[in-house]
Ligand binder design. Structure first.
Ligand code: MN
Length: 160
């Protein structure tokens, strides 16, 4: 998977747009939705039945959805560490996307919304994020730590 170059000069949505043909995929092309009623930034987890099943964790940040692919899904129990691979930023309106990406397209397969909610950023550095998630399934404080290249580890903290 490609490395998201966000930390060293964000490419914005150029990689997202370059990988997709919007005449053949139902995925959004980039118009901006409104904020959640709470005014807090939103997150989503999409269950993506691509060639390899994975879960995509995305957070609203700086006008895009900062995104990670989590092969085993975000952990529900504190202390369980899961690999999260940083992928290209997605447009904000992808947060409500569910549907089938037809065969032949990038990421072909079904996308389901597994969880959605708002979050509060508690700590943000180049190497680590700590967020309080308020979703249906993910509720509590989560930590993401950058380990190497595009790889991060994600876990639920038990001190939330
Ligand atoms: Mn995906």
């Amino acid at each position: 998977m490609p490395i998201a170059a966000r930390d060293n000069g964000s490419p914005g949505l150029s990689e997202y747009l370059r990988k997709r043909d919007f005449s053949t995929t139902p995925e959004p092309g980039g118009k901006q939705p409104g904020r959640a009623d709470s005014g807090l930034p939103r997150f989503v987890v999409q269950e993506h039945h691509a060639r390899s099943l994975h879960w995509d964790f995305r957070i609203e940040s700086a006008g895009v959805l900062r995104s990670w692919a989590v092969p085993k899904g975000p952990p529900l129990e504190p202390g369980v560490k899961r690999l999260a691979v940083a992928v290209e930023d997605h447009p904000l309106d992808y947060i409500d996307f569910a549907g089938v990406i037809p065969p032949g397209n990038y990421g072909a397969g079904e996308v389901l919304i597994w969880d959605q909610g708002t979050y509060e950023m508690l700590e943000e550095t180049d190497a680590a994020l700590r967020l309080r998630l308020a979703g249906g399934r993910l509720a509590g404080v989560y930590q993401l730590v950058h380990t190497r290249s595009n790889q991060w580890l994600m876990w639920r903290r038990d001190d939330g």
